[in-house]
Unconditional design. Structure first.
Length: 91
């Protein structure tokens, strides 16, 4: 346990930030899951709508350094590639 005042404050800040980061990551994973469900259902239009939501959430998390910017780009790229593959297969 911290003894000094500034160490106590850092502990409080770290716990608060950790909860915020975990919530943001969980929200991203939930949105990704929704896109994947739409893709597996073959609903390209819904998948594209969900992809816009994912892109926004991931970009916000990357700008706040909750996730690495390269990871954000990788998530968006992989999801869009899957949607494109499904749309080409159905067309």
């Amino acid at each position: 346990m911290p003894h000094s005042a500034n160490a106590k404050k850092r502990l409080r800040q770290n716990l608060r930030d950790r909860e915020r980061n975990r919530a943001a990551k969980s929200e991203i994973k939930t949105e990704i899951r929704k896109v994947l469900e739409a893709i597996s259902g073959g609903d390209v239009k819904a998948a594209n709508e969900q992809l816009r939501t994912v892109a926004k959430k991931v970009d916000q998390a990357a700008s706040a350094r909750v996730v690495h910017p390269n990871r954000a780009a990788r998530i968006k790229s992989r999801l869009s590639a899957r949607i494109l593959a499904v749309s080409k297969a159905s067309a």
